[in-house]
Write a protein that binds this ligand. Sequence first.
Ligand SMILES: [Zn+2]
Length: 275
Amino acid sequence: MPKVYLSPAYHYWNPCAVAGCDETTHNNLYLDVLEPYLAACGIQYKRGPRRTPKSGEDGDALMLQAVRESDAWGADVHYVSHTNAANGGVRGYRPMIYPGSGGGRKLAACILKYRRKIYDQPIRLSESSVWYELRAPAAVSFYEEHVFHDNASDAQWFHSHLGAIAEATCRGLCEYFGIPYRAPGTAKPSPAPTIRKEEQVTVELRMLKRGMEGGDVRSAMLLMKDKGYYPYAIPVSDKLFGAKMEAGLRKMQADHGLGVDGILGAASWGYLLGR
Ligand SMILES: [Zn+2]
């Protein structure tokens, strides 16, 4: 099962253009929405600490804790959920990956592909080693800057598209992991019931003749004994096609029109196996 560590923003109070909201609060809201999408697709997730905005908590300590947890858990992807700020006039989606990370590039390509379908503002992927949560985690890190939260239109879009963003992200993760996407609330499709009266196994049989040795020789010997063409004791170690077996085989072939050649081929095997 793929493992994704979800790390929200840990800021004290980065005000959002939506009244009363802030970066930490709405990224936690978004991750709350994302979780059932991941669960439906069989993606395991672990959630970073939920900071209470304007509290005395140490945001940096929470971030270090998140990376420690992500590493200890053995996450495949470390997913950081943030939003951006500028001067209030900028819009856009600006995710980041660690420079040169092949996994990061692949994951970004998958997630951006779906985000483009729902977001018509500028999208700019960049590579950066500045941020601790990009350079420190052992997992492939993907660092979201979903929108500019100090821009009214972007903030509004984010708040009204949490489900759509979650779905796009989850579709991207599924593609990255090579697993099928399933919407939340849809049960795993059960395989079509197949009713079989019996299992069928195909085996290849050697053509046997005097002098050959093996488990198949022994099997043939036992089958011949069963049909009365090898009326001898068969020691556990006996796997050799000898003179008595050849004589018995010739008699069997003669009795049943199998072509008398003393060689155990398709027709004789068919007779022995009751086909
Ligand atoms: Zn907000």
